[in-house]
Design a protein around this ligand. Structure first.
Ligand SMILES: Nc1nc2c(c(=O)[nH]1)N[C@H]1C(S)=C(S)[C@@H](COP(=O)(O)OP(=O)(O)OC[C@H]3O[C@@H](n4cnc5c(=O)[nH]c(N)nc54)[C@H](O)[C@@H]3O)O[C@H]1N2
Ligand SMILES: Nc1nc2c(c(=O)[nH]1)N[C@H]1C(S)=C(S)[C@@H](COP(=O)(O)OP(=O)(O)OC[C@H]3O[C@@H](n4cnc5c(=O)[nH]c(N)nc54)[C@H](O)[C@@H]3O)O[C@H]1N2
Ligand code: SF4
Ligand SMILES: [Mo]
Length: 730
């Protein structure tokens, strides 16, 4: 336990003590704080413990939960057993959600920057002052630089759609989601092969290869739980990872693959499947396009050739390919999720997709299945047209096939810094923390310094909020009324969930829906936000008249639909209307129609490749300040193999300096054989600049300050595994 959290014993003393201290730290004096936790009127209404349904928001999975509320205070969060998508699970982070709500570091009222950016000097504003100021700044930027002069960034959240709507009616197409730092190269690859992004039916699978995915730490529901169940039922899990993760530890076999060479492995698997005629011939003939070209293409990629690239023995590659074929179609290359790793990530994941197609696992039990419709309505609107606006997004044209709706954080940031093709001088961020999650923090700071005005809506003084001009406090998920969510759960089917407040919003926090509604009024756009959240939800459920009753009774509406054979007689949404082993669209765009292997950049002598990954107690770049999770992971360390560490004179727990071409950070070394000799790793979410995160401030190092900002050439997705570092004892 760290000294910083020790002593936080009873809830009452914990709240009282640390709450006042933070307010004093942020505002330079004591303020009205945690007695606001339990308004008197609510206590009188709630005599005994209540159990209220909601949906977790500690990460994007949205697991169903039941909050135990006593006297208006959340005592505990439990999983909702009826929530099939998470198989009735609530993980460690989900349990720690109570501390997210009652975090004394919560933002409590609007704050306006007083000193220099990042200096941490703030002035408290009333909401009216804050909103007037924000509207005035947005208007000013719009008038001077066109409406596209404001960049909007909204993270994964049920209310993010209102930020998008606000951006659209305000008139900016420069909207960035978290996705271009996350999974867009995977989406590109599977869309360009199957015409859609499938869901893996892990539960019914007999043989799973997980490469560049860590499902027993990086939780994705229901895949993480289903993998355990499938293994109990005899399924074989093969993990390729340069680190010995918890997933690797529980797998049937683990191969410490050389980073950046997965394509060599999968092209060699395809080589075996084709040369030994082990692929599903009937399926491939009927449903795919380009088997002749692929057969020619993979001739050069034998297992013996691949061994030299990926450092996995040829005999294992050959054996694994045969085992896969024997288990097919209930066999899969797990599609993965985060692919913000390499400059050719789309093509790497194309090689995953192609092997899946050869196994004929599409639309069948234990294979890749498709999402079904949930039946929610999407309330529509007709945004105004702004004649003076430029034609395109600022990040257009910087990668070959960017997703227009998601954009590219990496390219948008470059464009703002360069001021090209046009100036962007305003920024609105909601529930996203690019200072920690965008590779090359220096560049994010550079971008922020180009802005005339930056507004951040967050629950805590994240590093991004720390750099903003105006910081607006939002309620946590346990205090919010959100739109209804439709979720896809692979073989668990689809479901609907609601997120209703289990306690009233604390302090002066206001949901972003309210914030954009108020801004819209001030900008004469009120007509686009002339509804309440209740009305919005009603509209969403218009075609599902009984849904609300079920949601009230169970907290979830499971909608099991047809899972397999959905594609019988249906055309694929690709140019050839088939699964494209050979992509028909790519050549015209200058892209190889089939993945062509080129070796990753060589790790220079005396250096390491640094890779990113997950820890089961941390969500991306946030949650490290959560008091309960902070006790479990108080700081990050640098994973380094004892052999190279010995050569560098580095011992266990020694302080080291990790340096790349863009930055250097110091942290403790963790000597471990759980990583390859040429690779190092550290958790994300540490080395924070913000003094408003009192538990984690001063702990560990910020990986975003070390990572160079490369990108996937096709999708514009950030590529965070292309950085070489030196490690030195300090
Ligand atoms: N606890 C927890 N769970 C989460 C999240 C979280 O933050 N915390 N975040 C959620 C989100 S948004 C996402 S996108 C997913 C991410 O989850 P995953 O998609 O599983 O991705 P990561 O865990 O980031 O990375 C996977 C692994 O790839 C390994 N790796 C690095 N380079 C290579 C390589 O070249 N080849 C191979 N084969 N492996 C390599 C890394 O060591 C790492 O263990 O997790 C989700 N679930
Ligand atoms: N170095 C590094 N970079 C990464 C990754 C990595 O593993 N390492 N992972 C990548 C991936 S896969 C992803 S998905 C992205 C994710 O990147 P981000 O979308 O930036 O995700 P988080 O780090 O979770 O940041 C969420 C922010 O929302 C705030 N927040 C939390 N709850 C609420 C709320 O209820 N309301 C409001 N208003 N704010 C809230 C948090 O305080 C935090 O500031 O990062 C990517 N970048
Ligand atoms: S996986 Fe954990 S953190 Fe994510 S939504 Fe589910 S319970 Fe919450
Ligand atoms: Mo992600």
């Amino acid at each position: 336990m760290s000294t910083k959290t020790r002593g936080a014993i009873t809830r009452r003393s914990f709240l009282k003590l640390s709450g006042t201290a933070t307010a004093a730290a942020v505002l330079g004096g004591p303020g009205p704080v945690l007695h606001a936790l339990v308004p008197a009127e609510d206590i009188s209404k709630q005599g005994k413990a209540q159990k209220l349904f909601s949906a977790c928001d500690m990460c994007f999975n949205k697991c169903g939960l039941i909050a135990r509320v006593e006297d208006g205070v959340v005592k505990k969060l439990d999983p909702n057993p009826k929530f099939l998508k998470s198989r009735g699970m609530l993980c460690a982070r989900g349990n720690a959600g109570v501390k997210q709500l009652y975090d004394p570091d919560r933002l409590k009222y609007p704050l306006l920057r007083k000193g220099a950016r990042g200096e941490g000097k703030w002035q408290r504003l009333t909401w009216d002052e804050a909103l007037d100021h924000a509207a005035e700044q947005l208007q000013k930027i719009g008038d001077k630089y066109t409406r596209c002069g404001v960049l909007f960034m909204a993270g994964s959240d049920l209310q993010s759609k209102f930020v998008h709507r606000f951006a659209e009616v305000f008139g900016s197409y420069n909207v960035i989601s978290h996705e271009s730092n996350c999974l867009l190269s995977r989406n590109r690859a599977f869309l360009d092969t199957f015409g859609e992004v499938p869901l893996p039916d892990v539960l019914n699978c007999k043989y799973v290869i997980m490469a560049g995915a860590n499902r027993f730490e990086a939780l994705v529901t229901p895949d993480s739980m289903d993998m355990m169940t499938a293994m109990k039922n005899g399924a074989k899990l093969v993990v390729l990872d340069p680190r010995f993760t918890k997933t690797a530890a529980l797998a049937y076999e683990w191969h410490p693959i050389k980073p950046g060479t997965d394509m060599a492995f999968f092209l060699a698997v395809a080589h075996v499947l084709v040369s030994e005629k082990l692929y599903d011939e009937k399926f491939v003939q009927e449903k795919t396009f380009g088997i002749e070209q692929l057969s020619q293409h993979v001739k050069q990629y034998s297992p013996e050739w691949a061994e030299k690239e990926c450092e996995i023995p040829a005999k294992d590659i050959r054996r694994i390919a045969r085992e896969l074929a024997a288990a097919a179609p209930a066999a899969m290359i797990y599609p993965g999720r985060r692919t913000s790793d390499y400059e050719n990530s789309t093509q790497i994941r194309r090689s995953f997709a192609i092997v899946n197609a050869l196994l004929g696992n599409w639309d069948r039990p234990g294979g890749l299945i498709t999402a079904s419709k949930v039946g929610l309505r999407k309330p529509s609107y007709d945004p105004p047209f702004y004649e003076e606006n430029p034609f395109e997004r600022i990040d257009t044209g910087r990668s070959l096939m960017m997703f227009e709706e998601e954009g590219s954080f990496k390219h948008a940031r470059d464009a703002v810094i360069e001021g090209k093709p046009y100036p962007v001088k305003g920024c609105f961020t909601y529930k996203i923390n690019p200072m920690q999650t965008g590779a090359n923090r220096q560049k994010t700071i550079e971008m922020i310094h180009k802005l005339d005005f930056m507004l951040t809506v967050d629950i805590a003084m994240s590093d991004t909020a720390w750099m903003a001009d105006l910081v607006l406090p939002a309620p946590s998920y346990l205090e919010r009324l959100d739109p209804i969510a439709g979720l896809q759960g692979a073989s668990a089917g689809t479901c609907l969930v609601t997120r209703d407040p289990v306690v009233p919003a604390l302090f002066e926090s206001k949901p972003v829906f309210w914030i954009v509604t108020e801004l819209a009024k001030r900008l004469e756009l009120g007509e686009y936000f002339n509804f309440t959240m209740e009305e919005y939800r009603k509209e969403q459920l218009k075609d599902l008249p009984d849904a609300m009753d079920v949601l009230k009774k169970d907290g979830v509406l499971n909608r099991p639909g047809k899972l397999y054979g959905v594609y019988e007689g249906k055309a694929f949404k690709t140019l050839s209307k088939k699964i494209e082993l050979y992509n028909k669209r790519y050549p015209a765009l200058g892209i190889d129609p089939m993945p062509v292997y080129s070796p990753p950049a060589k790790v220079p002598r005396g250096r390491f490749r640094i890779v990113v990954g997950r820890n089961a107690y941390i969500t991306q770049g946030s949650s490290t300040n959560n008091a309960l999770l902070h006790e479990l992971v108080p700081e990050n360390t640098l994973w380094v193999h004892p052999k190279p560490a010995g050569k560098l004179g580095i011992g266990h727990n020694d302080m080291v300096k990790v340096k790349s071409s863009v930055g250097a950070e110091k942290l403790k070394a963790r000597l471990t054989k759980e990583i390859r000799e040429d690779t190092v790793y550290m958790d994300t979410g540490f080395g924070v600049l913000s003094k408003g995160l009192s538990n984690v401030h001063g702990m560990g190092a910020c990986i975003a300050a070390i990572l160079e900002d490369h990108n996937d050439e096709i999708s514009g997705n950030m590529a965070m595994h292309e950085t070489m570092v030196t490690v030195q004892k300090v």
